[in-house]
Design a protein around this ligand. Structure first.
Ligand code: 5GW
Ligand code: MN
Length: 356
């Protein structure tokens, strides 16, 4: 009979049919993920790759309906009794300036935990600066983004000298081998280029935010998700009170980092900035090109990468600003406004540690 024959034929090709069904299933699964009809946290990497499709699909909006904060216990914000009146807590473009007392870690953690935020920290340890890694990593495990997924990206010319520090779950040290430069100014400036290269090549697929810091530092108090925003800079401990004319911006108009004496908001430190991977890519790519242009024109900005960072943040205003609590130097003493010293410079013997 005809139907019999047909079934027989099918049976002979059962392997092909089996493979076809598997293929259809895989296609169906990836289509759903791709078009954003299904939201699987573990697939969020793929989803965010195709985020445009996710957003265009209206059912993504229904997913958003599920996001809410639980019932919480905290003291009421009081309009008539602001927590800080001794310092500026908001820029004229409505970016908050992060001082102790202005934020609730509990509320922020509830918000950021729901997003399952992953943070990358870039650290350069070229030549003798590998000696700073141990204390840096040990104190970071105590104070930096506790409870979050963290990748420490250690860029070094001496991978074998990276210490083995015990890390909490979900946190890892990723060693990225880089060459060193003869001049220390180039070591410092090349950070912009290296961060932009790795942002594009690696960070974008692994983390949500990138924090870029000096390695000759240690954590001594809480540094958490209150710092995270699209793009953020930190007030330099030596200039937070100063007048813009006195800032050590690059003042020669031939340099790409030039800032006129009647311009400038703050003097930002080169040793602590960050943002989303996208924004950090834009910032570091821009600065590294500006550095190359300067080089071609035979000029080097007075404070190297820091000068270019300051120019960038003048023309691309940061969405958050960290107070000097986040980058302090004990040589500056401890002023009244400084309630916490969260991230502090480790004293170094300049002759011993540099360019050996
Ligand atoms: C070497 C000689 C002079 C200045 C800097 C260096 C140097 C810097 C180096 O040999 N190796 C190195 O990895 N760096 C990186 O650049 C470190 O991450 C360091 O934290 C950063 C900035 O240099 P610092 O920390 O010496 O600059 P300051 O302004 O904090 O003193
Ligand atoms: Mn430093």
């Amino acid at each position: 009979m005809c139907a019999d024959k047909w079934i027989n034929e099918l049976w002979k090709r059962k392997h092909h049919i089996f493979i076809l069904i598997i293929l259809l299933f895989v296609f169906w699964l990836s289509w759903h993920t791709y078009s954003g009809r299904m939201w699987i946290p573990s697939l969020s990497f793929y989803c965010s790759l195709n985020f445009d499709h996710v957003r265009k699909d209206g059912s993504y909006l229904d997913h958003l309906l599920e996001i809410r904060l639980p019932r919480m216990n905290y003291s009421q914000p009081n309009i008539m009794n602001p927590p800080r009146t001794d310092v500026l807590v908001m820029t004229p473009w409505f970016a908050p300036i992060i001082w102790d007392g202005t934020f609730s870690t509990d509320i922020l953690n509830q918000q950021f935990k729901q997003r399952d935020v992953r943070v990358g920290l870039t650290l350069f340890a070229i030549k003798k600066y590998v000696v700073f890694l141990q204390l840096f990593l040990e104190t970071a495990e105590k104070f930096f983004m506790v409870g979050y997924k963290v990748n420490y990206y250690v860029l070094t010319d001496r991978p074998e000298a990276v210490p083995n520090v015990t890390l909490k779950e979900g946190r890892s040290v990723v060693v990225l081998k880089t060459q060193s430069n003869a001049r220390w100014q180039d070591i410092s400036m090349r950070r912009m280029e290296m961060i932009s290269l790795f942002a594009k090549k690696q960070f974008i697929g692994e983390v949500d935010y990138i924090v870029c810091v000096d390695v000759d530092m240690k954590f001594s108090d809480h540094v958490g998700v209150e710092i995270l925003s699209d793009v953020f800079g930190t007030l330099h401990p030596g200039f937070y009170k100063g007048q813009r004319q006195r800032f050590t911006y690059e003042r020669r108009s031939e340099s790409q980092a030039y800032i006129a004496s009647d311009e400038g908001d703050f003097y930002y430190a080169g040793g602590f900035f960050g943002g989303t991977v996208e924004e950090v890519y834009k910032l570091t790519n821009h600065c590294s090109h500006a550095i190359l242009t300067d080089k071609a024109n035979g000029i080097e900005a007075i404070w190297h990468d820091e000068s270019h960072l300051n120019k960038y943040l003048l023309t691309h205003k940061p969405t958050k600003i960290l107070s000097p609590e986040y980058l302090w130097d004990n040589n500056m003493g401890v002023p009244e406004i400084l309630k916490k010293r969260r991230f502090v410079a480790v004293p170094k013997n300049h002759n011993q540690i540099r360019n050996k």
